[in-house]
Design a protein around this ligand. Structure first.
Ligand code: ADP
Ligand code: MG
Length: 654
């Protein structure tokens, strides 16, 4: 059986059970089912060559190496053991042959995979699978373990035959066997399709189980229409749009239920999600429960605190802002407030709320799917209602795969009077022109942002922002210019944002700390320096910081020389598309699903085989199949989830 060392190596690959091994499918195959004469080997393509060994010798130029001369081909090994030298010498004496797999170049093969054989030894019938593996675990060892697992485990089908027929699925057993031991000439597309289908189905099912489980848990019913809500609605700073009124209705009717709400509120940048969050908080406060609002950045948390403060001042609601700098002693008192605002730290560090009834996560996409799922696990039997807000619309198939456990509300309309932001692409060399535009805007009483491409907010990393700031101060004499970045203390960030939001600063030079959520309607000009270095979704979010008032707004994308094709593609895409939904779809295509699913950070992919963009049709089929399977054979559904998600399942369980 597996030694302890092997188990550790398998663990590194995330392989804990026999089924994990069975589902560790090959990355590619090598064809060792036919022999190619060395002189006919194509360039750049590995082939199987067989030749009689003539002589083995150790050569010293250009460096020490084992050279094996065979008929028509020579092998060269720079790393070799003494035993290999003897093996080839013996083969030469006995007239044995070497079967080597690799590329042949000018009659040489370097470090081929090889075996000594006798003439006429039969060739394998299957292609050789190549797996992703880890140091110290050879392909051959891994292959053996996988084949053993295939033999040891019952490979019966978790998908009943009526569904296999309906979706024309190959059997599970045939599929995995074929993928691990493919037969040349037999197409394995159907087997791959089955694997992807199974994986997507497992996710659909697990999300659906989570959704149902939620209905059996308890949360405090928050009836709404209390004194605070009514007082606030009377003095609302503006009329809610139709879409806002609709989503508010959806949210309040969820809150009335004795089960935890888990709702995603999506709406493009500037569509007015904050006020909805504020009203939901009042619904909780009216019922005598606390509400917490979490934002991904301190700047955003502080802004919410300021805005809620203005809105709620006449109502006498206790509002607290919990930030990194809040003194420990004060924290306890802050946590007793009716509404608490802070960063994600709010719900980590064992922060305890006496009566948390509603948790709101703003810009939830910044936290990633995995964090959301992990977060959910923390909840006890009684659980607060949850509202997640996002300005990055989630492409439909991605949503169906990773968010199907949530209910969704969408604000699909912008507040009246909004003018679309005009996007301009300007070469960095035309800086003077851009400075002129800033002066003009300020002359008309407006404000501007200048975003610097700071990759990492370390001390050294901030150098560009500092330099840009100093240069701009020199270039724009007479204007009030300020600098904002993530490493400033919370109070200082708050002070700068407060000055900017009250028009005491004309130009805010900043890093992407302002990327999400920041709302200063009087700012109508945004300059993004080296825009080619930003991602698509990021550009859309940044651009969304302007165009929040009734005034025409402009977003200038400054770009450097020598753009790569992908950078050019991104700039083109953001220039042509103002709709956040479209941008999100393009972003999914350009970046791939990993970024969306938060896999970059975790390195543990939510989906291994299927791709929500490329396999859209399959996603839809798996969704329909999941509904039917849960209805008609819930036991099979559970078994399917267990098989597929196995050890990862805890992440997905509600
Ligand atoms: P986001 O959805 O991006 O979070 P915000 O909640 O920050 O958007 O709202 C953007 C701006 O629009 C804010 O200044 C907000 O006060 C304003 N706003 C929100 N709803 C309306 C409305 N119904 N009518 C007019 N202005 C609104
Ligand atoms: Mg917002």
């Amino acid at each position: 059986m597996k030694s302890k060392g092997t188990a550790g190596k398998l663990e590194k690959l995330g392989l804990r059970s026999r089924f994990d091994l069975i589902l560790h499918l090959p990355l590619r195959y090598e064809d060792e089912t036919s022999i190619t004469p060395p002189e006919l080997a194509p360039v750049g393509k590995p082939v199987l060559v067989e030749a009689r060994v003539v002589r083995a010798e150790i050569a010293y130029r250009p460096k020490r190496q084992l050279v094996v001369h065979a008929e028509g081909v020579a092998l060269r090994f720079f790393n070799f053991y003494g035993s290999q030298v003897r093996q080839f010498e013996r083969a030469a004496e006995l007239g044995l042959r070497v079967r080597a797999f690799g590329e042949v170049r000018g009659g040489w093969m370097v470090h081929p995979r090889y075996r000594i054989v006798v003439e006429g030894e039969p060739l394998g019938e299957a292609l050789t699978p190549i797996y992703s593996t880890t140091a110290g675990l050879s392909q051959a060892e891994l292959r053996t373990l996988i084949l053993q697992a295939l033999d040891a485990e019952a490979l019966d089908d978790t998908i009943p035959s009526f569904l296999r027929e309906k979706y024309q699925l190959k059997s599970f057993e045939e599929s995995v066997r074929l993928l691990h031991r493919p037969v040349p000439g037999v197409d394995n597309a159907a087997a791959w399709r089955r694997m992807k289908f199974d994986e997507l189905l497992a996710h659909q099912l697990s999300m659906k189980f989570a959704y149902r489980a939620r209905r059996s848990r308890r949360a405090p019913p928050l009836p709404g229409n209390g004194a605070l809500v009514n007082a606030f609605l009377k003095r609302l700073p503006f009329r809610l749009t139709r879409a806002q009124a609709r989503v508010l209705n959806e949210i309040t009717s969820d809150l009335r239920e004795p089960h935890p709400m888990q709702r995603l509120l999506q709406g493009d940048v500037g569509s007015g999600k904050t006020i909805i969050a504020a009203i939901a908080c009042l619904v909780a406060a009216d019922a005598g429960w606390q509400a917490a609002v979490m934002a991904p950045t301190e700047i955003l948390a502080e802004q919410h605190w300021r805005k809620f403060g203005e809105w709620f001042a006449p109502l006498g609601v206790e509002l607290a802002w919990l930030h990194g700098g809040s003194p420990k002693k004060q924290k306890k008192a802050l946590l007793d407030a009716q509404i608490i605002i802070g960063t994600h730290a709010l719900i980590q560090e064992g922060v305890g709320f006496a009566r948390l009834g509603l948790a709101i996560v703003d810009e939830q996409h910044r936290f990633g799917v995995r964090q959301r799922l992990t977060l959910r696990q923390k909840a006890d039997a009684a659980q607060p209602h949850q509202l997640m807000m996002s300005a990055t619309p989630i492409p439909r198939t991605l949503y169906m795969t990773a968010y199907a456990d949530l209910d969704v509300s969408t604000i699909d309309e912008l507040p009246p009077g909004r003018q679309p932001v005009a996007t301009r692409l300007i070469a960095a060399a035309r800086r003077a022109e851009v400075l002129g535009r800033i002066r003009d805007a300020v002359g008309e009483g407006q404000q501007a942002y200048w975003v610097c491409p700071v990759i990492e907010e370390s001390k050294e990393g901030l150098q560009t922002a500092l330099e840009t700031y100093e240069t701009l101060v020199g270039e724009l004499k007479g204007l009030r210019v300020a600098l904002l970045h993530g490493r400033l203390p919370a109070e200082q960030k708050a002070a700068v944002m407060d000055d900017f939001s009250h028009n005491r600063i004309h130009l805010l030079v900043c890093t992407t700390v302002i990327e999400v959520g920041v709302d200063v309607p009087n700012a109508s000009l945004m300059v993004i320096e080296s825009a080619e270095r930003f991602g698509l979704a990021q550009l859309h979010q940044l651009r969304g910081r302007v165009g929040r008032g009734a005034r025409d707004s402009v977003c200038i994308l400054l770009f450097g020389e020598r753009l790569s094709d992908s950078a050019r593609g991104r700039l083109q895409a953001i220039f042509e598309n103002a709709d956040g939904f479209r941008v999100a779809e393009l972003d999914l295509k350009l970046r791939g699903q990993g970024d969306f699913l938060g896999e970059r950070q975790s390195g543990n992919p939510l989906l291994r085989f299927a791709d929500v963009d490329l396999d859209q049709g399959l996603v839809l089929e798996a969704q329909a199949a999941a509904l039917q399977l849960i209805e008609q054979d819930p036991a099979a559904a559970r078994r399917h989830v267990a098989r597929w998600l196995g050890s990862r399942q805890e992440l997905l369980r509600a």
